[in-house]
Design a protein around this ligand. Sequence first.
Ligand SMILES: [Ca+2]
Length: 288
Amino acid sequence: MNYELRITNCELNFGSVSRKPRFGIHRVSDAETLTRFIPWKHLRVSFHVLLCSVLLTFAVESASAQQSPPPDDDAPEQVVHEVGVNLLSNGDFESADDEDDERPAGWVPFDGITAFWDRENGVDDSGCVLLDNTPEKDQVYEVWERLRLDGDREQVTDLVPRQGTYSTIASTYGALCWSEYVGVEPDATYKLSADVKAVGVDDPEKQPLVMLWLKGYIQHRGRLRVIYKGRKECHDLTDEFQNFSRIYHPTKQTPRVHTMRVMLVAYFPVGYAWVDNVVLEKIIEEEE
Ligand SMILES: [Ca+2]
């Protein structure tokens, strides 16, 4: 049991997105966030709960380590990728979905409150994704809950007035979006890169922290479960695009991973971020 896997399976539970954050333990879902972005006032109030959660998690992990791993009940056929080919079909956000020309192809439909298809502020005035972490978090939770229940993804136009820096979604989950799923080639090395720019709202010198996540999944009991994740933190952003990249080994420590996807997130500080030319490609890693 390696440390990264333990962290993957030990997350603070924010429960239903319609409620305020609360602490606990849960299996990883796509709604997790980093503990470091939880407001400190919540951490202080709930420290004893957090401590109990961590202790309980280690107990659970120790117990589960004694057992055989859960079966991968519907693993797809193994894939083989060509080196240097972008595995994301619309990483440059230029193509519209076949069934809805108001949203880009190749990406999980954006939530319409923290993520938007911006068709003119990408590289060379092209299309990109705009991540806006300025909305009030309680309103975002309501929208996400509505999306979960009925899939309504209309753009939210009646934003409630912002109460302050720490009442925004920037202070908890951040603004986010997901790519389509892509098969994973066993033992392959991947590079994820993107062009990123951002502007701060409360302080022009403090731009949102953008992260390029790669998440790896297994199929278990009829649903995909995250057992691998890694991120590239994009610091020192400006209003000019910069390219960021990181190398990932999704099956090195978690060999059962067979599916992956990209998650783009704009965390605190409060502001706007634009991401374009997202490239996920198999590479041949040079030996040092
Ligand atoms: Ca573009």
